[in-house]
Design a protein around this ligand. Structure first.
Ligand code: FMN
Length: 347
């Protein structure tokens, strides 16, 4: 299997390989989007509507991809976005993802609906930076208990997902009659929980959740400058520009299109994460040029996991990192801070 992983040379190769391995209804669960899947496709095409106007004749022999974020020095700006139910992709589930993330220096954001308890995922990723993604579940005491467990387990940032006041219609899952197989469950809840039921959050909940721990709080799912400002007013320490990978509101704006206005409005008050359709080093260059501090990848980590467990996850991150390093050189940049706004243009 490791030999096979080594033959895959770009992130899209991992999707093709994962599709060949996974049962079709699990592949569809991971790959799919909401309703007509317009946003799913648009997230990708939004990157392809931009071009890079590069510098030449800069000494780029040494490149530095590192940055400091929430007090941690990160070797590169690639974060693993929270994704649900990793044991549908690989028997080791989030344990393998955590090991692969740690080996590749990527921040792993562990989902509330992980299939391994969050404490065990934290142990598997020991020594690396991990964030915890929060879905409010059932009621406030249940939600509070989850946040406190994440704090105790050492998760460095609490990511509050804001774009799920209702669960969208995922038509692939409806057609496939998708359900979790026996033995795979949302392991952060007791066995009586049949399915996690996110309760709608409102702005005051951001302040409340932040008050529970001393951890930085990032609000995920923002696509509007006014909402970004409200999040900062509510105490958010970071903004995650995202439309949930096209899985929530269909026809929602691709995050890469929403990014610049949010950067302008918040004026670097807090760090900005962006995700949605990031598959290439050049996508990372474009996102950083438009003002993001880091990028996140959702589906590609799952494809890596399905194809090669922790080695697959590690390889996916390393390929994106290596593309970024080369693309940085070809753009005439030595460091992430050299990627200026004028590098990227609409096409
Ligand atoms: C299979 C799958 C499961 C996801 N589960 C979660 C989740 O549990 N919590 C969450 O905040 N976002 C979740 N997301 C959204 C991702 O965090 C992220 O926003 C999105 O996948 C980024 O787009 P990309 O897949 O094109 O990289 C999920 C996405 C996918 C594809």
């Amino acid at each position: 299997l490791i030999g096979e992983v080594r033959q895959l040379i770009c992130l899209d190769d991992f999707e093709v390989a994962a599709r060949a391995i996974l049962p079709p209804h699990y592949f569809d669960f991971f790959a799919g989007g909401a309703e007509g899947e317009w946003s799913l496709a648009a997230n990708r095409s939004a990157h392809l509507r931009r071009v890079i106007r590069y510098h030449v004749l800069v000494d780029v022999a040494q490149r530095d991809l590192s940055l400091t974020l929430f007090g941690s020095v990160l070797p590169h700006p690639i974060v693993l976005a929270p994704t649900a139910y990793h044991r549908l992709a690989h028997p080791d589930g989030e344990l393998a993802t955590a090991r692969g993330a740690a080996a590749s220096g990527a921040v792993l954001t562990v989902s509330t609906v992980s299939t391994v308890p969050l404490e065990e995922v934290a142990t598997a990723g020991m020594g690396s930076v991990q964030w915890f993604q929060l879905y409010s579940h059932r009621d406030r005491p249940t939600t509070e208990a989850l946040v406190r467990r994440a704090d105790r387990a050492g998760y460095q940032v609490i990511v509050i997902t804001a774009d799920i006041p209702a669960i969208s219609r995922r038509e692939r899952d409806l057609r496939n009659n998708f359900s979790l197989p026996p033995g795979v469950r949302a392991a952060n809840f007791d066995g009586s929980v049949e399915r996690v039921e996110p309760i709608p959050l409102t702005w005051s909940d951001i302040t409340w959740i932040k008050s529970l721990t001393g951890r930085p709080v990032v609000v995920k799912g923002i696509v509007r400058p006014d909402d970004a400002l409200r999040a900062v007013d509510a105490g958010a320490d970071g903004i995650w520009v995202s439309n949930h990978g096209g899985r929530q509101l269909d026809c929602s704006i691709p995050p890469i299109d929403a990014l610049e206005a949010i950067v302008t409005a918040t004026d670097h008050a807090v760090p900005i994460v962006v995700d949605g359709g990031i598959r290439r080093g050049t996508d990372v260059v474009k996102a950083l040029a438009l003002g993001a501090d880091v990028v996140a990848i959702g589906r590609p980590q799952v494809w890596g996991l399905a194809v090669g467990g922790s080695d697959g996850v590690q390889r996916v991150v390393e390929i994106l990192r290596d593309e970024l390093s080369i693309d940085l050189a070809l753009t005439g940049c030595r460091a992430l801070s050299d990627i200026t706004r004028d590098i990227v243009e609409d096409y």
